[in-house]
Design a protein around this ligand. Structure first.
Ligand SMILES: [Zn+2]
Length: 303
């Protein structure tokens, strides 16, 4: 079981097996890749691209996939997933970033959400395809994933929304199609609150049943600009990790922070929870013990 740090800053906190840098988050603002950090790219979520090209935004009967449209669970703007020029540019960008780092972790590599996209181009492509609406969306996404696989020569990981049941209807994502091209998956289970660990454990069990490639789970620790009062409690993050890992077979966890300082604060706080960590030892077999041993090993590096 591995620990990965997942940060917005090009910093590598100690106590992790690998590091992932958000070289292009949903803002669309790009930072240079780092040669020993995996690169995370949000593909179609790109607020900057939509600001520069308002007509590129993904459309739906409930309005565009634009920041501020609260019909959808998005906090950024999303480009139409069939836009040829944007797709081409992203392929080139992904290939270039792959050359400069150990591998690529993608998120937002699918439609914005249910009923997207209804722009004139998508309507025409759908109509010409002769396929049903949902099957056409699946084909668009799966074919683009095959193109991405062709340009990524190193590790390729697809991040997934934490919806095991409706990802096909909502995002055009077929897990089996994507498994053909992914080395691994990462289920992004971000929340500002992990007070209900049983739900996250249930999702982990569901994804274990469905995914045909190994997977990581990404958990939220401290995002850019967060108010310390709004972030998940370290005790909740430890508990939810133990609950998810006991399902068995997990590749490991990614912990998301802005940079190194927030990660060290989390590591210190986790170490302070000695009593809780002792209690979590009773939560399961080998994977839980391995997880808790990994947390305990931070004693050596965090002062
Ligand atoms: Zn469209």
């Amino acid at each position: 079981m591995k620990f990965g740090s997942y940060t917005f800053q090009p910093q590598k906190p100690q106590g992790f097996d690998f590091h992932i840098l958000r070289v292009k988050p949903e803002t669309g603002i790009r930072i240079p890749p780092v040669k020993d950090m995996y690169s995370n790219i949000a593909v179609f979520a790109d607020t900057q691209a939509v600001q520069n090209h308002p007509d590129w935004v993904s459309q739906s009967p409930l309005g565009p996939a634009k920041f501020g449209n609260n019909n959808f669970n998005i906090y950024w703007s999303v480009v139409c997933a069939t836009h040829p020029e944007y797709r081409e540019e992203q392929l080139k960008y992904i290939a270039e970033v792959d050359r400069q780092s150990p591998g690529i972790w993608l998120n937002s590599q699918y439609f914005a959400d249910h009923d997207h996209c209804t722009c004139p181009r998508c309507k025409e492509l759908h109509s010409k395809s002769g396929l049903g609406w949902l099957e056409w969306r699946r084909k668009e996404i799966s074919e683009y994933m095959a193109q991405i696989r062709d340009v990524v020569k190193k590790e390729l990981v697809f991040c997934l929304q934490p919806d095991p049941v409706s990802s096909y209807e909502r995002y055009g994502v077929d897990f089996d199609d994507l498994a053909k091209y992914a080395d691994k998956f990462c289920v992004v289970m971000f929340s500002k609150n992990y007070a209900t660990p049983w739900y996250w454990e249930m999702l982990t069990r569901a994804f274990k049943k469905l995914l045909k490639k190994p997977f990581y789970i990404a958990l939220y620790v401290y995002g850019p600009g967060d108010d310390p009062k709004d972030i998940p409690l370290p005790s909740e993050i430890l508990t939810v990790s133990a609950r998810c890992v006991r399902v068995g077979g997990l590749e490991g966890f990614l912990y998301l922070t802005d940079g190194e300082r927030e990660m060290v604060d989390f590591q210190k706080a986790a170490l302070e929870k000695a009593e809780l960590r002792q209690r979590l030892r009773t939560y399961g077999g080998a994977p839980v013990q391995e997880f808790l041993d990994r947390v305990a090993s931070w004693e050596k590096i965090v002062k």
